[in-house]
Design a protein around this ligand. Structure first.
Ligand code: HEC
Length: 358
């Protein structure tokens, strides 16, 4: 496959020589497949850019197209030249049919290809090498934590909402204090990047950013569930979603509210999703999304979540954190899910196909 990539690629983009093309093709190949497997596209695009010995403008075109185009290698070929493609290669890419073990040919190719390509790239010196994918300087848990005041944190989150919105506000409310009280790694952590959690992730109404931000904070401080002690962060994230879904929101009332509290009704979302949470509140309040009341409601929701998060982190610091949520949809229903099945499915909640017993 690699060989074919070089041959079909060579000349099409006017790469200066075969060596140069090898590097381009390898980086793209690796980048595309790892990115589609891990959704780590932005990081890989960056890494591939750094690795390729080409002027920035050309690199950008190759790598971005290859990484983001789900159609595969085809995506980086100029349209009029795709007919040059070897038929066999095309059928290989498109063949998603499953073999007896349920593994598609493409998945198998993926598994083998990633190793070969990464080994080759490591030789070029442009790829960091698999060993460096873990054990970085910030990947030692837990991060130093000192107990914070929940009310102070909530006030910070309330005010930060008007700058960074829900997810960023929750992260900022905790990390800005830890920057002062602890220093690193909080000082190096780019809080403002997480503005993207707004509106259920760039306005798509999926997971409410307050929940997402709280889960991020817990998983940064305590660590991921794949390291010793990290399970607490996993449980804390689940507890946040459970609590959020069942709380009469917004819970927290700021000291100097921008909107009178009596103008902000309370609703129970029965869901951690932005769309549902905000939608139910907008219906109860009869206020549009752009209204000052809705904005203040969401600022208070972020503050409420930050408050509860710090309560849990403080308990954890004292060795007293006990998970509360017992929600285990995968073992109970055989599918990842939120709690209120009926709200979407009505009374006809489907049963998930079960894996054959081995
Ligand atoms: C936010 C809305 C929502 C909630 C809540 C929800 N689902 Fe779904 N679920 C969907 C949608 C939409 C589909 C896709 C249905 C389709 O394509 O027919 C789906 C698909 C499924 C499927 C697989 C497809 C099928 O029809 O067999 C199962 C099983 C399922 N849901 C079970 C559940 C269970 C159990 C719960 C609660 C624990 C739940 N769902 C909660 C929206 C939801």
């Amino acid at each position: 496959m690699k060989k074919r990539l070089f041959q079909s690629g060579l000349g099409l983009h006017g790469a200066h020589n075969q060596e140069e093309w090898k590097k381009v093709a390898l980086a793209i190949y690796l980048c595309k497949y790892i990115a589609s497997a891990t959704q780590a596209a932005p990081y890989l695009i960056h890494t591939a850019h750094t690795a390729l010995p080409l002027p920035v403008s050309r690199k950008k075109r190759f790598v971005t197209a290859a990484c983001l185009n789900e159609g595969g290698f085809q995506g980086m070929m100029p349209r009029e030249k795709t007919s040059l493609k070897n038929k066999e290669e095309e059928s290989m890419e498109c063949d998603e049919s499953m073999d007896k073990k349920g593994i598609s040919r493409r998945q198998m190719v993926l598994g083998a290809g990633v190793l070969t390509a990464s080994a080759a790239l490591a030789r070029f010196g442009g790829w960091p090498g698999i060993a460096e994918a873990k054990g970085g300087p910030t990947e030692k848990w837990p991060w130093p934590y000192v107990k914070l005041d929940p009310a102070t944190t909530a006030e910070l989150a309330y005010n930060e909402w008007y700058r960074l919105f829900c997810g960023g506000a929750v992260i900022s409310s905790v990390f800005s204090q830890l920057r002062e009280k602890v220093g690193e790694p909080y000082r190096s952590f780019p809080i403002d990047s997480f503005v993207y959690m707004e509106g259920g992730l760039v306005g798509w109404g999926t997971l409410c950013g307050s929940n997402n931000g709280a889960a991020l904070v817990a998983n940064m401080i305590i660590g991921p569930r794949i390291v010793a002690g990290g399970e607490a962060a996993h449980h804390m994230s689940s507890d946040i979603l459970d609590w959020y879904s069942n709380a009469s929101m917004p819970v927290f009332v700021p000291k100097n509210p921008k909107i009178k509290p009596e103008l902000i009704p309370h609703t129970v979302s029965e869901s951690p999703l932005c769309h549902i949470s905000v939608g139910k509140w907008m219906k109860a309040a009869n206020k549009p999304l752009s209204s000052p009341e809705r904005k203040d409601r969401c600022a208070r929701v972020a503050a409420s979540v930050a408050y509860h998060l710090v309560e849990m982190l403080n308990a954890w610091k004292d060795g007293k954190y006990e998970p509360v949520s017992t929600w285990a949809p995968v073992s109970e229903f055989g599918i990842n899910a939120q709690q209120n099945c009926m709200e979407c499915h009505g009374s006809g909640i489907p049963a998930a196909p079960q894996a054959p017993k081995s």
